[in-house]
Design a protein around this ligand. Sequence first.
Ligand code: AMP
Ligand code: GLY
Length: 414
Amino acid sequence: MKVLIIGAGAREHTIAWKMNKSERVEKIFIAPGNAGTKEIGVNVDINVDEITKLMEFAKNNKIDMTIVGPEIPLVMGITDLFRENNLNIIGPDKFGSKLEGSKAFAKEFMIKHNIKTAKYKEYNEFNKAKNDLGIYGYPMVIKADGLAGGKGVLIPESEKEALEALNELMNNKKFGDAGNKIIFEEFLEGIEASILCFVDGDTILPMDSVQDYKRALENDKGLNTGGMGTYSPSVLFNDGLILKVKNEVLNPFIKGIKEEKMDFRGIIFVGLMIKNNEINVLEFNVRFGDPETQVILPRLENDLYDVFEKMNERKLNEIELKWKKEKAVCVVLASGGYPEKYQKGYEISGLENMDMVFHAGTKFENDKILTNGGRVLSIVSLGKDIKSAREKSYEKIKKINYLNMIFRTDIAKL
Ligand code: AMP
Ligand code: GLY
């Protein structure tokens, strides 16, 4: 089988690595890929938003299955385009992708289908929003409706800060058109957790749990990032909580996508806030998480091609997911300055003979591997317990070097 993976991050490198373990997969293409994916398959010089070119590539190269990593092509409607051309692709249709592409749409969906979420109100006009500042008290949550690369959520603590945030979003267009519409949300306290599931429209199969570390600095200080590390399974989840999430979130979700007639053959990633056994949904992502994927797929026993094939045929009910007993820890190595301004183009050394070092912002140039982004590498290890997995990951890091390398030293320190 020939597979095309769309994206350029450590998430996509991990998907390629796992696909490469399938005896059914003969050839893997990654568009556009990075210096790591090039070692597993063939990098294709097409960007994630060039969906027509991607479709033509899949057609011309007789690709059996395409897997979409990031949200942008999904929200643009890549799955509809592929399916119109009789190509197999993993990801929800354009309509289903609105669950990530529009925060207001996701809130409407949750309320309509009885999934508990924070109170909210939406605004298209600055003055109307300004009049309502603080309606839910402070801190308040302001979200750009559209895609903002994970940065579109602001949590001002006072009216002054809230006015500045609103101005940035709606007048100064900090996130471009993503801020044409915004929502105000009630601030929820609690512990955050996420759950990722394979979905085929009828069946929803939760993956094993993950805990992520969003903030840039130790002890969860500093700015929010795409994610500085993860471990799996999360110590937060027990059978009781999983059952509650199934009853209160996952089953209503499946019922909802059916009623809305979404073609949802893909991944749903649900962000949860949990307090005193009460579960609220913060957000939906319609794809694998990064760096969640880096600890989930190495623990999955099943052949990933089989899972996607059954998903595509709407026969996920025939799959039983099996997880390794070993635990996994991922530590993200980033460029100094990330998530704000950083330099790139530095040579990376020490990558020889290392398994499960997944590349994100890297590129291959003149026989060298260079840094090429904010998050550079995901260092993943398996161990009999979290402690031994984390020790292995930090041991690997000692061998790797590039200028201004930064990482958190407290990932999975329980
Ligand atoms: P989102 O992209 O919607 O998950 O928001 C990003 C982050 O903002 C979340 O991971 C939470 O830390 C925080 N957040 C979002 N919504 C809320 C809320 N209603 N109350 C408290 N924190 C929130
Ligand atoms: N780690 C969060 C995300 O992939 O959106």
